[in-house]
Write a protein of this length. Structure first.
Length: 423
């Protein structure tokens, strides 16, 4: 009898040879997701000057985003499980680019600003992290941690390139041109890559009566009902939610936080770009280690970095060197937490219903992303500084660190027994 508890046959090199196009197109698709979060802070001053809106009002867009994507993200994951990721990401990238470019048409009517965010939020449901990671998790087994890390580098790339590009476009032209150019160009490149390279790996299995191949992806892991009753899964989801609340508020307001601290706009954009540079290292190291250890120290170390970043930022007001160190630590934590959180879900819940389970995690992160920016903006408008937000964030990040510590050994699931075929 075949031992179906044995590891999936194959090697890391073989997985990469078969799925390099999937990884590359997912990297570019993932980079599109982070554009608003890392650039809205740069648009704040131009929008304040153009329309007289407060920072809290501008940040309200991310709250609208969260109110839409939080309840609907699990349904997007379910659609990916049912129809495959490719059928979602191709139209999603087109709609997302058009929705972002539409911000260039704002007139100062605040309702139109909110309407743009509504359109953008619905478009991003089709290209959420859940959709990309689902295809990746079903295609990589031996090298899953590294594959997830490489694809998550798309977020780091955006953190590095988007702030500098946005600031240069605004300085050379204006904020309307920046919205239009980035909205059309960035998702457009990702769309072309997905069109030609995004191919999911699925496992064909013969029915007992000799029927044709089953079109569903490899299914191994917890059932959905088992997953939603799993304490480790919920601890991971809650930790990722708290991380997202803190990180979204910090990243959205990092540019004005730095300028409030006396850093020039051009220098602030360069410092923010260091988030992406440090995130590159954090993601690769985290993914590499995740494939080679199940130690509780790894998730602990990833999440505690966020606490260290906040401590440094609290102590470094007025010191550009200290602020730069805090930003670098924040970049390391931003990549490490997302990478290890995603990896832990694949290990504790499996990929059988990854789209639905990660959809719930994505909803939690969306909720955090909606609360964090407006909370930071409200605190800044009320107190004239971001100090209180940093202290609240420190407490929440410490709780998140405790949640991912000592989750227990990885469960063993039944892997697919049949040969993968490309669809």
């Amino acid at each position: 009898m075949t031992d179906r508890t044995a590891p999936v046959p194959g090697s890391a090199a073989g997985e990469w040879r078969a799925n390099w196009g999937l990884a590359l197109s997912s990297f570019l698709g993932m980079s599109v997701i982070a554009v608003p979060a890392v650039t809205l802070g740069i648009y704040m001053e131009p929008l304040e000057n153009a329309f007289g809106w407060t920072r809290a009002e501008i940040s309200l867009g991310m709250t609208v985003f969260a109110l839409i994507t939080t309840p609907l993200a699990p349904f997007a994951g379910a659609l990916a499980d049912r129809f495959g990721s490719r059928r979602l990401v191709l139209p999603g990238l087109v709609l997302n680019g058009l929705a972002f470019a539409a911000f260039s048409l704002m007139t100062g009517w605040f309702a139109l600003y909110i309407a743009c965010w509504v359109a953008y939020s619905f478009s991003q449901l089709l290209i959420r992290t859940t959709v990309w990671n689902r295809a990746l998790s079903a295609s990589f087994h031996v090298s899953r941690g590294l594959a997830l890390a490489v694809v998550m580098l798309g977020l780091s790339f955006t953190q590095t390139a988007a702030p500098v590009l946005t600031q240069k476009l605004i300085a050379a032209f204006d904020w309307r041109t920046a919205f239009a150019a980035i909205g059309i160009g960035w998702p457009g490149i990702a769309f072309l890559a997905a069109l030609f390279l995004f191919r999911e790996r699925r496992y064909a299995s013969k029915a007992a009566d000799g029927a044709g191949a089953d079109e569903k992806p490899a299914e191994f892991g917890l059932t959905f009902s088992e997953a939603i009753r799993s304490v480790p899964v919920w601890r991971i989801i809650l930790a990722m939610t708290l991380y997202s609340l803190v990180m979204s508020g910090l990243s959205m307001h990092l540019f004005p936080f730095l300028t409030d601290s006396g850093v020039a706009r051009s220098s602030a954009a360069g410092i923010i770009a260091l988030i992406g540079v440090s995130a590159l290292a954090g993601q690769i190291v985290t993914g590499f280690l995740a494939d080679r250890t199940s130690s509780a120290l790894l998730p602990f170390g990833c999440f505690v970095l966020q606490s260290l970043a906040l401590i440094v930022l609290l102590q470094a007001t007025g010191s550009q060197g200290g602020l730069t160190l805090g930003v670098v630590l924040a970049g390391l934590s931003s990549s490490a937490c997302v990478t290890i959180g995603t990896y832990l879900i694949t290990r504790y819940a499996g990929v059988r219903h990854f789209g639905k389970v990660y959809g719930i995690a994505s909803s939690g992160m969306g909720l955090g992303s909606g609360i964090g920016p407006i909370l930071a903006g409200h605190i800044r408008d009320a107190n004239g500084s971001y100090g209180l937000f940093l202290m609240i964030g420190l407490a929440l990040s410490l709780i998140a660190t405790l949640l991912v510590t000592r989750l227990g050994p990885y469960p063993v699931f039944l892997p697919p027994a049949d040969t993968p075929e490309e669809t």
